[in-house]
Design a protein around this ligand. Structure first.
Ligand code: PLP
Length: 383
């Protein structure tokens, strides 16, 4: 059995049987903000929950195990994870990041670069010309988001690693989760997540995580900033996320199966212009995705024939897909990136990234596939 598969079994049993007090099968939730110490020279592992908390540690251990890293900083959101990561940079350092990344991440990077926290270049990682231009100067850090949000573009992680052997390579693995992509095996140094999405998987927690492959110094620095900035995840959120994590593999596989059927359905539909799903042979990143991913995931986007008004009518007519931000839950969602998730980018950056007004993004859930396709069909009729 592959190491990756063994890791998936480990998460089902993460922390089980470790309760020192009552031998509870499931690891307990420690809400206490503070822990008693026996004396000034007899310090236990825990003193104050912003610094360390047993429930948060349990989740961090499980996520590090699952990605194959040495440790993890658990944060209060995916944006907090990115904030933490950016604290590894000095003002003179160059950061490369995708020109088409998640809108709020794009906003944060641009705003902090304007404040001179680091130097920033937004990059087209999907073409040789874009890569040649990007690496004309050596970056200190490269951030990848692959597949990208919302157009599912695929960056070749190993190829980027080869171009920047000395940079810190950090991958946002939110869209695929560790079940479908293992960035450390492709050369990444850091993996980060919005655990709000597939990892928690039930749309009832906002959280994040930064996982370090093998550098204890980087891990220490991230933990120090997490403690000092107070970007830490709450114990209750960690407990819920660990609970969701146990079923990650079955959820992701079922949702992916549904997404594959929906992608094929949309591709053959006369009211659809283009479908963006890496599993389709027509997708520009299909060959790379086939090589570097263990599946094509449960996220896809498509453009409807028409304008924003048609996209709105379609989204509003759906009953099985809730019109909502976010993704990666058991329930199916539809999102209009131009007016929802990517509004913070601004119109100019959106146009450059190809986020058009008739683009819709689906987060496919684990409902019965016949209900999902029937719902899409009735919504097409309503347009
Ligand atoms: N990264 C990606 C790819 C996302 O889609 C999101 C949120 O949608 C984030 C990061 C930010 O995560 P959060 O909303 O948990 O702060």
């Amino acid at each position: 059995m592959s190491t990756n598969k063994r890791r998936r079994t480990k998460i089902v049993r993460a922390g089980i049987g470790t309760d020192p007090a009552y031998k509870a099968v499931m690891p307990p939730l420690y809400l206490s903000s503070t822990f008693q110490i026996d004396g000034l020279s007899e310090r236990g592992a825990y003193e104050y929950s912003r610094t360390r908390n047993p429930t948060r540690d349990e989740l961090g251990k499980a996520l590090a195990d699952l990605e194959g890293g040495i440790g993890c900083a658990v944060t209060s959101s995916g944006m907090a994870a990115l904030t933490l990561l950016l604290h590894l940079l000095e003002p003179e350092d160059l950061l490369l990041a995708p020109y088409d990344m998640y809108g709020r991440s794009y906003w944060l990077l641009r705003a902090l670069a304007e404040k001179k926290h680091f130097r920033l270049k937004f990059v087209d990682f999907y073409s040789d010309a874009g890569l040649d231009e990007a690496f004309s100067e050596s970056p200190r850090m490269v951030i990848l988001e692959t597949p990208s949000n919302p157009l599912m573009r695929i960056a070749d992680i190993a190829a980027v690693r080869a171009r920047a052997p000395d940079a810190i390579l950090a991958c946002d693995n939110t869209f695929l989760s560790p079940i479908l992509q293992a960035p450390f095996t492709l050369g990444a140094d850091i993996v980060f997540h919005s655990t709000t999405k597939f990892i928690n998987g039930h749309s009832d927690v906002v959280g994040g995580a930064v996982i370090v492959k093998d550098d204890p110094e980087i891990l220490n620095t991230l933990n120090l900033w997490n403690n000092s900035l107070g970007t830490i995840g709450a114990p209750f959120d960690a407990y819920m996320t660990l609970r969701g994590l146990r079923t990650l593999e079955v959820r992701v596989h079922r949702a992916q199966e549904n997404a594959e059927t929906i992608a094929a359905f949309l591709q053959n539909h006369p009211q659809v212009e283009t479908v963006y799903y890496p599993g389709l042979a027509s997708h520009a990143g299909h060959e790379i995705a086939k090589r570097q991913q263990e599946g094509f995931g449960a996220m896809l986007s498509f453009t409807l024939k028409g304008e924003q008004a048609e996209a709105a009518r379609f989204a509003e007519a759906l009953e099985m897909f809730s019109l909502a931000q976010s993704l990666g839950g058991t329930e199916s969602l539809i999102n209009h990136p131009a007016s929802m998730t990517h509004v913070a980018m601004g119109a100019e950056a959106r146009a450059k990234a190809g986020v058009s007004d008739n683009l819709l993004r689906l987060s496919v859930g684990i409902e019965h596939i016949d209900d999902l396709t029937a719902d899409l069909e009735q919504a097409f009729k309503a347009v």
